[in-house]
Design a protein around this ligand. Structure first.
Ligand code: NAP
Length: 546
């Protein structure tokens, strides 16, 4: 029985909605959520702002965009047929390969017929009378659904820098998230990149290969380590395929759902030589091992973290020939791993090239952008192109851009003004029939692994509601408070909470995002799943189901 059918028997539910469920977003989460809700026999409509599927992997076509997680740990795990038929080309797939993969998934499971592309959701208001969500689209039309599931992504609201004159530049300019589909040539051009996060580092490495002149404007240096990407050989692919069950099982055991598990040893338990040898090994291996598979105290203990940071600083100084430039590239205001570690493929060597210049904005801040280029406190630079790798209004930003209102017209943005409050990062009390796949208070990490679990949990809850004739699903204020307090406790004392980054809710280009907040669950995915499983096993008694 689906929710719409059941609705007819409910005295409270007088209106028949257009759909049983509306899903916002057709990225990794939205595609999978659609697939699962269809299995319940529900009518579903997905609204997607892009012209194609893929979310992050649809939009971020900037040069050099690729995974930092192993491709074969990132794909969906739910379908053996899908695993059997898809061959990954690279251990860390590029954006085009990932976009191809997600298109393949959409085609294979015939998902497109329920997706309306080029459609922005501008508002979503809960109607208590009728127990449904009224969703308004960019063209002013409205659709209703019993349930609203957000699959809007964590990093999908790009932000330009708040620099005077940013609109006045006459050359080409683009935020990396909004990169055009047509090829962009840098040959013979004077190019600026503002921003040196994971995106900036990938972009800079690629643009430096062909630009006549590349000027990088860096505000915060990053602890970046080598990616060591390579092609997947047929033999490796066979081996991966045979071992998918083990691979996914291993991902489920780690705190971030990555294939790399924390080393149980402390930095201080081993000799200096052993420590150095272990770090050399991690530095020479592909992927996030250096971040997620390091000694257990590297991300927790200030002194251990300093030793690791010193090791990486030595690496940067070895790789960058000009000592003054190397010094600028060594982070001074945060330790290794306190921000999301960007993985690089020759990034530091870029600064040994004669066509590349690094401008440290701490020494010479940007004062304005003009029609011809960028003016800092000590120089004027002329450019043909400015690339903004300036990041996102992360985690809550995509929610803030939609006027979401729950019972009594309460706006979600207002409710979260002092920081998000949720139940399990999935429900928000006062916002009935509203579910978030990878909303605030979710654990971050290897995204699809967490998405599959969360979407399955959401689907289980909806199935339960359908089977028990419940048309209104809400979190209780007490349960939301208890979960939010628990999320705060899991972050308490962690070193990363002392650092400004998108993971602590900071984006100085956005009004009101200047104070660090707890945005994510830091208890690890295994504990998260255990808690969610307990709620389900107890018949969702912690929720208000009516
Ligand atoms: P980000 O990490 O937030 O970096 C934004 C950069 O722009 C920072 O260097 C920031 O400087 C700079 N910036 C922002 N406003 C500025 C201003 N007004 N003036 C000068 N500089 C300014 O964003 P991102 O690089 O797009 O990465 C976001 C996340 O996306 C990553 O952490 C990662 O999780 C994900 N990502 C993943 C991959 C992958 O899987 N391979 C690739 C790319 C991104 P400050 O640091 O000083 O604020």
């Amino acid at each position: 029985m689906n929710v719409a059918t059941e609705t007819a028997r409910q005295p409270m539910a007088r209106t028949t909605p257009d759909f049983d469920a509306i899903v916002i977003g057709a990225g990794v989460s939205g595609l999978y959520q659609l697939y699962r809700l269809r299995e319940l026999g529900m009518t579903v409509r997905v609204f997607e702002a892009g012209s194609g599927v893929g979310g992050t992997w649809y939009w971020n076509r900037y040069p050099g965009a690729r995974f930092d997680s192993e491709s074969w740990t990132y794909g969906y795990s739910f379908s053996k047929e899908l695993l059997d038929e898809w061959d990954w080309e690279e251990h860390f797939a590029s954006q085009p390969e990932t976009e191809r993969y997600l298109n393949h998934v959409a085609d294979r499971f015939d998902l497109r017929r329920d997706i309306q592309f080029d459609t922005v959701v501008t508002s979503a208001h809960y109607q208590e009378d009728g127990r449904l969500w009224k969703v308004t689209l960019g063209d002013g039309t409205q659709q209703t659904a019993r349930l609203l599931v957000t699959a809007v992504g964590v990093l999908s609201a790009p932000t330009l820098p708040r620099i005077p004159g940013v609109e006045s530049f006459k050359g080409q300019s683009c935020h990396t998230h909004n990169w055009p589909k047509e090829p962009v040539s840098f040959a013979g051009k004077r190019v600026a990149v503002i921003g040196t996060g994971a995106t900036g580092i990938q972009t800079i490495t690629e643009v430096a290969k062909t630009a006549a002149r590349l000027t990088v404007f860096q505000r915060t240096a990053q602890w970046s380590a080598p990616l060591h990407n390579s092609r997947v050989t047929p033999e490796e692919m066979r081996n991966i395929r045979e071992n998918y069950a083990d691979i996914f099982a291993r991902c489920q055991e780690t705190v971030g759902c990555f294939i790399h598990a924390t080393d149980p040893r402390s930095v201080f338990e081993v000799s200096e030589a052993e420590r150095e040898a272990f770090w050399e090994k991690l530095y020479g291996e592909p992927g996030f091992g250096i971040w997620m598979g390091n000694f257990r105290d590297v991300l927790m203990d200030r002194e251990a973290n300093k030793l690791m940071s010193d090791y990486l600083a030595r690496k940067i100084r070895e790789r960058v020939k000009d000592p003054a430039t190397a010094e600028k590239l060594v982070p001074k205001n945060h330790g290794f791993g306190m921000r999301r570690v960007p993985l690089e493929s020759g990034y530091f060597e870029v600064y040994n090239q004669p066509n590349v210049k690094l401008v440290d904005l701490n020494e010479t801040p940007i004062e304005r952008i003009g029609p011809d280029g960028i003016e800092t406190s000590d120089a004027k630079y002329e450019f043909d192109m400015i690339i903004y790798a300036t990041g996102f209004d992360a985690i809550t930003g995509a929610f803030d851009r939609i006027d979401i209102r729950g019972t009594g017209g309460l706006s979600l943005k207002d409710k979260w003004r002092d920081g998000p409050t949720t139940f399990l990062g999935i429900l928000v009390d006062g916002f009935p029939n509203f579910m978030m796949v990878m909303g605030p208070h979710a654990g971050l990490g290897n995204f699809p692994r967490a998405v599959e679990y969360t979407s399955d949990w959401v689907t289980g809850l909806i199935r339960h509601a359908n089977e028990h004739g419940k048309t209104r699903i809400d979190a209780t204020p007490d349960a939301a408070k208890a979960w939010t307090d628990h999320v705060l406790a899991t972050n308490d004392g962690l070193l990363f909470t002392e650092v400004d980054s998108w993971m602590t809710g900071i984006n100085r280009n956005v009004e009101g995002k200047h104070v660090r907040k707890v945005m994510r669950y830091s208890g690890g995915h295994p504990a998260f799943r255990q808690r969610c499983d307990t709620v389900a096993a107890a018949g969702y008694r912690e929720l208000s189901l009516t």
